[in-house]
Design a binder for this molecule. Structure first.
Ligand SMILES: *[C@@H]1O[C@H](CO)[C@@H](O)[C@H](O)[C@H]1NC(C)=O
Ligand SMILES: *[C@@H]1O[C@H](CO)[C@@H](O)[C@H](O)[C@H]1NC(C)=O
Ligand SMILES: *[C@@H]1O[C@H](CO)[C@@H](O)[C@H](O)[C@H]1NC(C)=O
Ligand SMILES: *[C@@H]1O[C@H](CO)[C@@H](O)[C@H](O)[C@H]1NC(C)=O
Length: 182
């Protein structure tokens, strides 16, 4: 009798495990099959003390003495375009901040919102993560979205497309969403 109870317990456990493994398998996402992909360009023009009309970002804390800009924080409201040209009509704004957080190499950390308000897209994507900017490409997390990007999640791959001293840089953002509900 107790043998029978044991057997049926095992059977139930077996089926439970199977259901769990099937449901986790169904959630597996393929890195090369995004549900949406956007390749956009981010332009950052750091205020240099005189270019009030052109600057799109400003230092709000100065470098510390630790080197590699450690401690410097920049707040930005940057134009985002669909091609490399700064003066192309922006398709979104990138609003947020980055700061430098490594002593012996340039290394930044970003948190910002891509604000879309065009006929194509209305809504936001929120992006954050480490930007070890000496690497050729860097992956940041798309942690959420609103509007046309309701509850979206994914990966934004940064590539520095151009850098002119500290005063201008352009990033290619290859945004791949793996959760899309719209
Ligand atoms: C700031 O940038 C502007 C535009 O590029 C340039 O004309 C100006 O000379 C720069 N000022 C300083 C202090 O570097
Ligand atoms: C800076 O802004 C002025 C005035 O809007 C514009 O004439 C000039 O072309 C801009 N300079 C750059 C380097 O974008
Ligand atoms: C900012 O930091 C740099 C380097 O540490 C220093 O030369 C400069 O005077 C500082 N500027 C201000 C406004 O404190
Ligand atoms: C979006 O664009 C519309 C039309 O240009 C404008 O009326 C509205 O204020 C904008 N919204 C935001 C959040 O910028």
């Amino acid at each position: 009798m107790s043998n029978l109870v044991q057997k049926s317990c095992f059977t139930i456990l077996f089926f439970l495990l199977m259901i769990i493994s099937i449901s986790t398998h169904a959630k597996k996402l393929s890195p090369d099959k995004p549900c949406k992909r956007l390749v956009l360009y981010y332009h950052d023009i750091l205020f240099n003390g005189t270019d009030l009309a052109n600057a799109t970002s400003a230092k709000i804390t100065n470098d510390s003495a630790l080197g590699s800009h450690f401690g410097m924080m920049v707040v930005f409201d940057d134009p985002v375009t669909a091609d490399r040209r700064l003066h192309s009509p922006p398709v979104a704004r990138a609003q947020g901040f980055y700061f430098y957080d490594k002593k012996d190499a340039y290394n930044a950390w970003f948190a910002y919102t891509l604000v879309f308000n065009s006929s194509e897209y209305k809504g936001t994507l929120n992006i954050m993560g480490a930007d070890p900017l000496l690497e050729k490409t860097r992956d940041l997390s798309v942690v959420g979205g609103t509007g046309d990007f309701f509850m979206a999640r994914g990966i934004a791959t940064f590539r520095t497309d151009e850098a002119q001293g500290d005063y201008y840089f352009r990033l290619e953002m290859d945004i791949k969403l793996f959760e899309c509900y719209n």
